[in-house]
Each structure stands twice: as structure tokens, then as C-alpha cells.
Design a binder for this molecule. Structure first.
Ligand SMILES: [Cu+2]
Length: 143
């Protein structure tokens, strides 16, 4: 993965993330594998075996999305996002999508999407409108 870029993008807002973790009403309900709270993914890191389908669900009142950091996934894997039809092919397209009228990646309250992680490695992702609040997560795929 492109570690330097990942750190550059996420370096800003670390103190905000700590505060957010302690917020009331931020508990996982267990309805999805990864839940989107008002400003975070729960759990922030999830480890699964290759071939596992992970369901992401928005249990908050805010709209979110899931966008992979560019190249922050195994070489064998492709760009992925919360567009269920896979029309988003890069991080820039995911950003452009959010600020367009399409919003293919948008997950409103109670929306969910599934993605199957086939290849071993680490997949870092974030929420385009909430990157400033450090709404980031990672799926770790290993045997
Ligand atoms: Cu968000």
C-alpha cells in the first residue's frame, strides 16, 4: 500500500478521533459486521479469512460511505468502495462521486452493502465526507 499517502491523509484529526471514541451512544448494536456510527466504523479493524463477505451497515442518523484509500489494499485486489455495482474505480472517483449528484457510494440511515475480501492483506478505507473526523477503518484478511 501507499503508506506515505495514507498517513498524509489521516494525520490531521487524530485528537478528534480520540474524543469521538468516548462519545455516548457510539456502541455497536451487532446488526452488521462493521457498523457506521455517527462518526466512526465499529469495529475500526476487523480480521477475517480470505473469501469472507463483510456487511457494512449505517446505524446512525448521518449519511456515510466507504472508500478504499488508493493502493492501500493487496496488489491482487481491485479498488473497492460502497458502490454496490462497482462503478467506482479509484479513490479520486470515490471522492468525485460523493460530491456529485450520483452518490453511488452513499449509505443513508439503515442502508448496508456487502463486499467479499478474496485476497490476504490489509484493506484501509475511510468515509469521504468524514475524513476530517478521522472516520477510517481497516479490514485485515488472513488465514
Ligand atoms: Cu461518514
Amino acid at each position: 500500500m501507499n503508506r506515505r499517502k495514507f498517513l498524509a491523509v489521516t494525520g490531521a484529526g487524530a485528537s478528534l478521533a480520540v474524543a469521538g471514541c468516548l462519545g455516548a451512544g457510539d456502541e455497536s448494536t451487532g446488526a452488521f459486521d462493521v457498523e457506521m456510527t455517527i462518526d466512526s466504523y465499529r469495529p475500526e479493524e476487523l480480521t477475517v479469512e480470505p473469501g469472507t463477505t463483510v456487511e457494512f451497515g449505517n446505524t446512525s442518523s448521518h449519511a456515510h460511505n466507504v472508500a478504499a484509500f488508493q493502493d492501500a489494499y493487496p496488489d491482487e485486489a481491485e479498488y473497492w468502495s460502497s458502490d454496490p455495482e462497482g462503478r467506482i474505480g479509484s479513490e479520486q472517483e470515490a471522492i468525485d462521486d460523493w460530491y456529485s449528484t450520483d452518490q453511488y457510494t452513499k449509505l443513508s440511515t439503515r442502508d448496508s452493502f456487502e463486499y467479499t475480501f478474496e485476497h490476504e492483506g490489509r484493506y484501509d478505507y475511510y468515509c469521504v465526507p468524514h475524513i476530517e473526523a478521522e472516520m477510517i477503518g481497516a479490514i485485515i484478511v488472513e488465514e
